[in-house]
Design a protein around this ligand. Structure first.
Ligand code: IMP
Ligand code: MG
Length: 182
C-alpha cells in the first residue's frame, strides 16, 4: 500500500521545506555566532526537522532529545508536563533552541520552556516547523517559524496521525477516508 495514496493534498513540498530549513539554518548561524548552542528536539515529531535544521547550521552545536507530554486543557501554561525522556547535558549558561514539529494551542512549548528555564540556561528560543496561529490558546509566539499553515490536521516530515505518516518527505492533508479506518 503506497503511503502517498492516503494524501488528499500536499501543503508543503519537499523542495519548499528544504529551502526554508536552509534559510532558518543560515539565520540561526548568523544570530548565534560564537555562542554555546544546545538544540533540544522534542521527540518524536520534531526529529526529522531538527536533524535537517542542525545540518543547516554552520557552527558547532549540541543535540539533545526530550520526550514530554503536557496535560490538562485551558489556558494555564504553567500546567503539568510529564517528562518521559530527559536531556542529558547540563544547559546552565548555554543558549537553548527548543524545537518542535508544530505549534497548535501553544501549551507544549510554554510548559517545556518553563521547565527548562528552571535549569538556568543563558537563553531559550523556540523553533517550530509549522505554526497554526489560529489555534493558539496562550498568545505564545515562536521565535523561529518554518511555515504558518491554516487550521488543518497535517501529516508528514515528522508529523503523525496515530503514529503513522511521519516518514512522508512532504507535509500534507490526509484523505477523510483514512480517519475512520481501523
Ligand atoms: P500544542 O501543545 O497544542 O501546541 O500541540 C503541539 C503538538 O500537537 C505537536 O507537537 C503535535 O504533536 C500535535 N499536533 C498539533 N497539530 C497537529 C497536526 O496537524 N498534525 C500532527 N500533530 C499535530
Ligand atoms: Mg508532538
Amino acid at each position: 500500500m503506497e503511503i502517498n495514496e492516503d494524501i488528499n493534498k500536499v501543503l508543503l513540498t519537499e523542495e519548499q521545506i528544504h529551502r526554508r530549513v536552509m534559510e532558518l539554518g543560515a539565520q540561526i548561524t548568523k544570530e548565534y555566532k560564537g555562542r554555546k548552542v544546545v538544540m533540544i528536539c522534542l521527540l518524536k515529531g520534531a526529529a526529522y526537522f531538527a536533524c535537517d535544521l542542525s545540518r543547516a547550521i554552520d557552527m558547532p552545536i549540541r543535540m539533545e532529545f526530550m520526550v514530554a507530554s503536557s496535560y490538562g486543557s485551558g489556558t494555564h501554561t504553567s500546567g503539568s508536563v510529564a517528562v518521559h525522556l530527559d536531556i542529558k547535558d547540563n544547559i546552565a549558561g548555554k543558549d537553548v533552541l527548543l524545537v518542535d514539529d508544530i505549534i497548535d494551542s501553544g501549551l507544549t512549548f510554554a510548559r517545556v520552556k518553563a521547565l527548562l528555564e528552571t535549569k538556568n540556561p543563558a537563553s531559550i528560543k523556540t523553533v517550530a516547523m509549522c505554526d497554526k496561529k489560529a489555534r493558539r490558546q496562550n498568545g505564545l509566539e515562536a521565535d523561529y517559524v518554518g511555515f504558518e499553515i491554516p487550521d488543518e490536521f497535517v501529516v508528514g516530515y515528522g508529523l503523525d496521525y496515530a503514529g503513522d505518516y511521519r516518514n512522508l518527505p512532504y507535509v500534507g492533508v490526509l484523505k477523510s477516508s483514512v480517519y475512520g479506518r481501523a
